[in-house]
Design a protein around this ligand. Structure first.
Ligand SMILES: Nc1nc2c(c(=O)[nH]1)N[C@H]1C(S)=C(S)[C@@H](COP(=O)(O)O)O[C@H]1N2
Ligand SMILES: [Mo]
Length: 431
């Protein structure tokens, strides 16, 4: 496998992209080989006697059992996460490690753009709220707890680059598979309550967020990332300034002792180690708000096409997506009947339906779908499958949102590999 090969520099590279410290680990040649391989070769590589639904396999479809090269390594005290990078730390769990209804701290992915702060002291931490407000405020965590209503919600955080590993040609950045998503239970105060207390001036259009992490260059005063949301979005009562994760202090790598949680929008909006929120009368232009960072072309582009930055728009709500969290991909099962399950989520919308297929998408069966625990939480689904014969199968999941938008089989390419919400495919061998 050539999964350590480096991509040649791409000419859409822009200023903030050169700050990327990330590497490429894309198995391109192997993919091309597999796309051209015969049924006999594929069957032999899979080590099975048959692929019962092989007639449904589209030309060039790479069996997911051979396409996945995501392995589990231990990351910190996180549980079996794959490490993409150790400076800064970026790590994700395999899909089956996300089987819990509420994601444990130990399995919440880590996406760091800079160096985490060295001190995360809950007693001395302070949050400044300023910019275009009537009353500038500096609040301790104790102040937040005593001045505002404290609420607990299950909220999805998903990196805008989740699924980047599956783009061809590869997009630069962390090669996230399926696991840069989580739904922990967050306790904190509503952002809207804090902003209202500060008094929002009439000309405000955007928020701006700052955290205590430092830029990788070590330059004093240089921020690693500072993003914001339109003021209309900031009024969403599901956005929390959180100080607890799953009833415990927030994990140090997930933003202890204070972070924003903006469910349904790219994870980058959810500033960790939060120290400041200021209100602006322009679209915020902090690091990773401009250029190609967390932005996509305003039109479909050809794979590898060079796109002018003026044609990029900021990513807002994340698209409909689902995961199969049980069983793990690659399992051999002895039963011809199997219960499978997972989660689905839909940005600012709700999930209306989930369907599953065990015959490469020729037929689909409706899964049982639960209501979310609260707005901003993912929804759990389950289904019973029966397999007619022994051999290699793929199970695919596909969710549809409340506006009728369904996950696609393939997604149009974009330069930074954002918003990949194609079906989750797992492989199973029925003995
Ligand atoms: N201060 C700070 N906040 C941050 C980041 C960061 O690097 N620094 N990364 C952002 C990105 S890109 C994502 S996807 C989420 C990830 O949250 P997690 O690491 O808790 O999973 O945090 C966001 N908040
Ligand atoms: Mo992210």
């Amino acid at each position: 496998m050539d999964d350590n090969s480096k991509l040649p520099d791409q000419d859409f590279t822009l200023a903030e992209q050169s700050e990327d410290t990330t590497s490429i680990e894309q198995p391109n040649e192997r993919r091309r080989f597999l796309q051209g391989a015969s049924l006999a070769t594929i069957t032999a590589l899979l080590g099975v006697s048959a692929i019962p639904f092989h007639k449904n396999m589209a030309e060039g479809l790479v069996p997911i059992a051979l396409a996945d090269d995501i392995e589990g390594n231990a990351a910190l005290d996180k549980d079996g996460l794959t490490i993409h990078n150790d400076r800064p730390v970026n790590a994700e769990p395999a899909a089956h490690l996300l089987d819990d209804r509420i994601t444990p701290q130990s399995r919440h992915f880590i996406r760091n753009n800079g160096n985490p702060p060295t001190s995360m002291d809950v007693d001395t931490w302070s949050l400044t709220v300023d910019g275009l407000v009537d009353n500038r405020m500096t609040l301790s965590i104790k102040d937040l707890k005593s001045k505002f209503e404290v609420v607990t919600k299950q909220l999805v955080i998903e990196c805008g680059g989740n699924g980047r590993a599956f783009f061809t040609p590869p997009a630069s950045g962390n090669q996230w598979g399926y696991g840069a998503v989580a739904c922990s239970e967050w306790t904190g105060v509503r952002l809207v309550d804090v902003l209202k207390e500060a008094g929002i001036k009439d000309n405000v259009i955007y928020t701006a967020h700052e955290g205590a992490d430092t830029h990788l260059s070590g330059k004093a005063g240089k921020l690693a990332i500072s993003r914001g949301v339109p003021i209309k979005k900031a009024m969403d009562p599901n956005i929390l300034i959180a100080f607890e994760q799953n009833g415990k202090p927030i994990h140090p790598m997930n933003g202890a002792p204070l972070r924003l949680v903006v469910p349904g929008w790219p994870g980058s909006c959810s500033q960790k180690w939060l120290t400041r929120i200021y209100l602006r009368d322009i679209v915020h232009d902090g690091p990773k708000m401009t250029g190609t960072a967390y932005r996509i072309p305003n039109r479909p582009v050809a794979p590898g096409e060079k796109v002018d930055t003026k044609d990029f728009v900021i990513i807002e709500a994340m698209p409909i997506k689902s995961l199969i969290t049980y069983p793990a991909t690659g399992q051999t099962v002895n039963d011809k009947k199997l219960s499978i399950r997972g989660h689905a989520w839909a940005g600012d919308r709700k999930v209306k339906e989930v369907h599953v297929s065990h015959d490469f998408g020729a037929t689909w069966q409706k899964a049982k779908l639960e209501e979310p625990a609260n707005d901003g939480a993912w929804q759990h689904w389950s289904a019973e499958l029966s397999f007619p014969l022994s051999g290699y199968y793929e199970v695919w999941a596909r969710a549809t949102d409340s506006e009728g938008i369904t996950q696609p089989f393939a997604i149009s390419w974009n330069p930074k590999g954002y918003l990949n919400n194609t079906f989750h495919r797992i492989s199973l061998v029925v003995a």
